[in-house]
Design a protein around this ligand. Structure first.
Ligand code: ARG
Length: 278
């Protein structure tokens, strides 16, 4: 991969400060045993470190955190943005549905063309829908949170081809916990999180030389939950082997501990939403 062009526009991300972040309910396996076990000072410091890493390389916009919405810090689930269009999420669990109007307002106030999913179609935004970086393609997962109906609505509204993937391991309940398209058409993923048919489709669309399959240890350290900014890949943690594999493909890995957020089932990528999707 070449060095990013200096004239290249800076990427833009949305984040939400962790003021009200906690584990107040259990809606994924990571949250088990962690009810109200967040060290808030550490969470604030970890979030701030991620924010600092991103603001060195990109523009970060903020949405106001809301009391009673402890998972709002995971802005990846706000919705899916493409150009000036935003399709706001419809959360599967009532605990997170309170976030929907706050995210919708944020986008409406900034002049986005906001649309909603039909009420009965669960859709959890960029947690389950990720654009490929080399082809005109949206990867979209169902199985735990978003439903297959959402895939159909999205392809209609956004006019993009959608490749549907089925998630089968409850620890990897959002697509961005086990799958990360990178610049240049590279892909970080954890194959066992997908059913066989989905794995075959991933393999048919992404050449072997561009696929980086993680082992379980890296996957459980949320290494697929990466924020990719040009040739930088920001993650909670990655093994020496993964760092070497990425460096071999031209990527520099920046590791920043996010243990407090992992207690809620999220890490670097979940804490951000990319706003500059062409
Ligand atoms: N506790 C949150 C939930 O279960 C974590 C969300 C993580 N976000 C993500 N994009 N994977 O919904």
């Amino acid at each position: 991969m070449g060095k990013p062009d200096a004239a290249q526009a800076r990427h833009v991300f949305l984040m939400c400060p962790p003021e009200h972040f906690t584990v107040a309910y259990i809606i994924n396996p990571w949250m088990h045993g962690n009810l109200r076990r967040i060290d808030h000072a550490v969470a604030r410091q970890q979030w701030r470190s991620l924010y600092d890493i991103l603001t060195d390389r990109a523009i970060v916009r903020l949405v106001l955190p809301q009391p009673g919405s402890p998972d709002m810090v995971f802005t990846a689930n706000a919705g899916l943005v493409k150009g000036r269009q935003c399709i706001v999420s419809r959360f599967r669990y009532p605990e997170r549905q309170y976030e929907e109007p706050y995210f919708a307002d944020w986008f409406m106030d900034r002049g986005y063309e906001v649309s909603l999913m039909p009420r009965d179609i669960a859709f959890e935004g960029a947690g389950d829908a990720l654009f490929d970086r080399a082809q005109q393609l949206l990867w979209m997962a169902h199985g735990h949170r978003s439903t297959q109906g959402a895939c159909e609505v999205l392809s209609g509204r956004l006019g993009v081809e959608v490749e549907q993937l089925k998630l089968v391991d409850t620890r990897f309940y959002h697509l961005d916990t086990c799958f990360c398209p990178l610049e240049g058409g590279f892909l970080l993923y954890f194959p066992p999180a997908f059913d066989e048919d989905s794995r075959a489709r991933i393999e048919s669309r992404v050449p072997r030389s561009r696929r980086i399959a993680l082992d379980e240890e890296d996957a459980l350290a949320f290494a697929c939950n990466a924020v990719n900014i040009d040739s930088t890949v920001v993650v909670n943690r990655g093994s020496a082997a993964l760092v070497a594999a990425l460096s071999h493909k031209g990527f520099e890995v920046v590791q920043t501990p996010l243990s407090e957020f992992m207690k809620a089932g999220g890490s670097a990528k979940c804490l951000t939403l990319r706003l500059d999707e062409p």
